[in-house]
Design a protein around this ligand. Structure first.
Ligand code: ADP
Ligand code: MG
Ligand code: MG
Length: 886
């Protein structure tokens, strides 16, 4: 018999898959002896069963009743009991935290009669009516589908009529009146009455929470966070405690450390006389948690103690929700808190020093994505103009964009390619699409724990919140600064999420401190020191080597500073461009062998110089040089341009330039319907005489030059786009011939390993044969992805990738993260078969996937020797290679 319901006392944090994170952690806190209002959890399995059949699973409601009875017995009151009702909350909570993305209904059990009982039993009419109007509002919108804004408007109207600034100033009679308007609002909007039966309220709320798993916001959030769609949410039913019972009550949220910097200390917001959802919603301005010491000294001390207990128990930064009911503290939620990248590194280092976690655990807690974020540039504050406003630095980074005042417009402009900053008084979960589309989020209300701050931090998006000097005029789509400057929609502003400052215009950018450290290697301090420690640890444990893709001495030098252990891919293409184009044209247009040889001979010294420079920058480390890959006509002028030029000359009555005519002719001859699958890669080398020989000679002579200069050149020659071992054998013969010739001429022995790219499915499938002729493999995963899927990257990304992501065909673009099941399978086959032919075969990857965190973990598991990526991704790859190894 499957069980669908568990009491708090039965759960623990390691059961988050079944009980949801919120439920599992409530159970954990209960076990730790912290003051948690009692309750029970309906499992995610029940939710999945509900979605599978469209109905409550068999036996679930019986189990719920049984647990409810136990809750009632312990409380000595029944749900909705007329003279003294027990009230409960019905809370969502999935395995992975999705803050504010699903629904929760508070104060279940109130109705027209029990509200009077609650008033009498508590001695506060205001509290009873306030709770009832909250229930109507939440139940009406979440369960009955009334637009939440309708309730807010009714509340706003009432406040205006009474001339009061916020809901705390509304009295019992006002709130009783509000209850009447809410009830009629529900009646008018839905044609149905608010259900008076507590049992019906409970049942419907549970199902509504199940359904909120598939709400628009929740789905969007999951896609963005790569959370699977089929996990389902658990539902927690918990006895209510009341933060709205008067001035000695209240609700708050807190972090055990600063989630923005990781610094230890108490961070949080508190709101007297309020229920929990008010705190994050920014309904009223909260007070800093430190003020609680004066307001409720006893609760404050206890809270500190519980927070220490939690941090030591979870061995990590925790965030918590709490409520104080008439001087008594209750813990309502905890979880390992979201944090900025900077805080993640700082906390990991600090907890290691406190010996709460091991260095490997510390490494597991930071990420390559986080490191990449810390490498982004910062604003050059010296060059910044006057600040428009200061707010709370909620999520760090520098962003520039046009100020826009609503989510839909943000999405629209971003889709047109504009950079946008979403500006709101405060954000709600409905703003999520705009937050995703924006470069940054700016709000005039709310603290570090407000919705805007929490969600932006989770997404790594720049955010300044609580910029209180700004007056928002959403209706006229502008805001006014403290000094009276009006900023209209569309005005470009700069948002500094690290300092909490907003500037007019686009402020120029400078290197971040982490980038300065990587560039100079200077002894780091503070937060950068924590990054350096993580990288050091990663370097100590990783098995994968990290190389860089670099085509110039400058890039090679930077890659080396960033820790690259060689070059995995040096493309020769760019060496054929620029002022050498002329020589390349001559080579392509050559009619005789002598003409072609002359052109190739002219290219040779240029190539040699380039190679010598790169070998010098990477002295002592391997440099893998790939022979020319793209189709030759890419080096000729555009066909249309030429045709237009010729037509224009003819129209003027002039004779067209004979060179143009010749070029057009050549372009026509070489035109390919599908150049990606045409005459390129090794095929070029096999049909254009002398092309391979010239490039290899340039490499070999550069090696000689470096050797004579007492260098230690380690060039490797890589043949692209091989599909059959014979192609490689033929090219290799030519390569070996040139190497031998240069060795002989110079008297300097030149030995370069020769290998191939594996970038065609046929190469992967015949890797055992190809390894007979290859000393190394390098997976060209960009082309391998194109050829395995039959996608032309340039054509498909804009055409249908977003539809494929929406429909769940992919979780991520296969060009960003390696497709493990398809392309990855080819990689695995080629590794195994290549090594069975040649056990010491060196194997790497040089596609863009080499710098993608998830892909790095795959390449580690597949047994590769190295990954190669762009210089800027080298530190990221080092870190992730370390994380993959622990
Ligand atoms: P979310 O996941 O959106 O944070 P929660 O389930 O945590 O939703 O609930 C929303 C708010 O209601 C929180 O502030 C929470 O602390 C408060 N809350 C939930 N259950 C109770 C309860 N039993 N008593 C008092 N407040 C509660
Ligand atoms: Mg919560
Ligand atoms: Mg390729």
């Amino acid at each position: 018999m499957v069980r669908y319901v568990y009491d708090f006392a039965e759960g623990s944090r390691d059961r988050a898959g079944l009980l949801g994170g919120k439920g599992a952690n409530l159970a954990e806190m209960t076990r730790l002896g912290l003051p948690v209002p009692p309750g029970f959890i309906i499992t995610t399995a029940a939710c999945r069963a509900f979605f599978a059949t469209g109905a409550e699973p068999d036996g679930m409601s019986r189990e719920v009743s049984r647990h409810l009875s136990a809750l009632e017995a312990a409380a000595g009151r029944r749900l909705g009991q007329l003279d003294d009702p027990l009230l409960v909350s019905v809370r969502s909570g999935a395995r992975f935290s999705m803050p504010g993305m699903m629904e929760t209904v508070l104060d279940i059990g109130l109705n027209d009669a029990s509200v009077l009982g609650l008033a009498k039993a508590s001695g506060s009419e205001r509290f009873a009516w306030d709770s009832y109007r909250r229930l109507l509002q939440m139940f009406g919108s979440t369960v009955m589908g009334v637009d939440a804004a309708r309730f807010e408007r009714a509340m706003a109207t009432l406040k205006e009529n009474r001339g009061v600034p916020d809901d705390a100033h509304l009295g019992a009679e006002d709130l009783a009146q509000l209850v009447e308007s809410y009830k009629s609002l529900i009646r008018v909007e839905t044609g149905a009455e608010f259900p008076q039966s507590p049992a019906e309220q409970l049942r419907r709320a549970i199902l509504a929470v199940f359904r909120s798993w598939n709400g628009v916001r929740a789905r969007l959030y999951r896609r963005r966070e790569h959370i699977p769609d089929d996990l389902g949410t658990a539902v927690t039913v918990q006895r209510m405690v009341y933060g709205n019972l008067g001035p000695d009550s209240g609700s708050g949220v807190a972090f055990t450390r600063d989630p923005a910097t990781g610094r230890p200390g108490l961070y949080g917001d508190y709101l007297p006389n309020a229920q929990g959802e008010d705190v994050v919603a920014g309904i009223r301005n909260t007070v800093p948690l430190a003020d609680l010491e004066q307001l409720e000294p006893g609760s404050y001390r206890q809270l500190l103690k519980h927070m220490r207990t939690l941090e030591r128990h979870y061995r990590d930064l925790c965030d918590i929700e709490f409520t104080i009911e008439r001087g008594t503290l209750w813990m309502l939620q905890t979880r390992v808190g979201k944090r900025t990248a900077e805080a993640a590194f700082a906390i990991a280092a600090e907890l290691t020093d406190e010996e709460l976690i091991t260095p490997d655990e510390a490494l597991a807690r930071v990420s390559g994505d986080g490191l990449a974020r810390l490498m982004f540039p910062r604003f050059d504050t010296a060059a910044a103009l006057d600040a428009l406003a200061h707010g709370i630095p909620a999520s760090p980074g520098a962003a520039v964009g046009a100020a826009v005042f609503d989510s839909a417009e943000t999405v629209r402009r971003a889709a047109e390619g504009q950079q946008v900053v979403l500006v709101r008084q405060e954000t709600t979960p409905d703003d999520l699409p705009g937050m995703v589309a924006a470069q940054a989020v700016l709000t005039s209300r709310g603290g570090k724990t407000s919705h805007a701050a929490v969600v932006a931090r989770g997404m790594g998006k720049v955010c300044v919140c609580g910029a209180e000097e700004l007056t928002m005029d959403i209706e006229h789509r502008r805001f006014t600064t403290g000094s009276g400057t009006a900023v209209e929609e569309g005005t470009v502003i700069s948002v500094d999420g690290s300092a909490g400052t907003v500037y007019a215009g686009a402020v120029p950018l400078v290197d971040s401190p982490v980038m300065q450290y990587l560039e100079t290697g200077r002894q780091p301090t503070g937060a950068v020191g924590a990054v350096a420690r993580a990288l050091e640890r990663a370097d100590g444990v990783r098995r994968l080597e990290v190389r860089a893709n670099a085509d110039t001495p400058e890039d090679a030098a930077r890659a080396r500073r960033f820790g690259a252990q060689g070059i995995g891919l040096c493309r020769t293409e760019h060496m054929f461009l620029g002022d050498r184009r002329k020589l390349v044209e001559e080579m392509i247009l050559a009619r005789t062998d002598t003409e072609r040889e002359r052109a190739l001979d002219a290219l040779l010294p240029h190539q040699r110089r380039d190679f010598a420079g790169i070998l010098a920058a990477m002295d002592g480390l391997p440099v893998t040089i790939r022979l020319l890959d793209p189709p030759l006509h890419e080096f000729l002028p555009d066909r249309t341009d030429l045709a237009v030029r010729i037509a224009a000359a003819e129209a003027r009555g002039d004779q067209p330039d004979p060179h143009d005519t010749e070029l057009l002719d050549a372009v026509g001859r070489m035109h390919e319907e599908n150049p990606m699958l045409g005459l390129r890669g090794v095929r070029l080398g096999l049909v254009v005489p002398g092309l391979v020989a010239m490039q290899v000679r340039a490499v070999a002579e550069a090696v000689v030059e470096r050797t004579r200069a007492s260098g230690d050149p380690q060039a490797e020659i890589m043949v692209p786009l091989v599909g059959d071992v014979t192609e490689l054998r033929l090219v290799r013969e030519e390569v070996e011939g040139v190497l031998a010739a240069v060795s002989q001429e110079s008297g300097v022995p030149v030995r370069c390993p020769v290998g191939t790219m594996i970038e065609l499915p046929r190469a992967a499938l015949t890797a055992g044969r190809i390894a007979e002729a290859a000393e190394f493999f390098s997976f060209g995963t960009n082309d391998l992805t194109q050829t395995t899927w039959g996608f032309s990257r340039d054509d498909v990304e804009a055409a249908f990738f977003s539809a494929y992501l929406d429909k769940g065909v992919f979780d991520a673009s296969p060009f960003e993260t390696i497709d493990r099941t398809g392309v990855g399978r080819l990689v695995e086959i080629a590794v195994v078969e290549g090594r069975s032919t040649r056990p010491d075969l060196k194997i790497g990857v040089c596609g863009e996937h080499g710098g993608d965190p998830e892909s790095v973990h795959f390449f580690h598991a597949a047994g590769l020797d190295y990954v190669s990526c762009s210089p800027f991704r080298v530190p990221v790859a080092r870190l992730e290679a370390g994380r993959a190894a622990i």
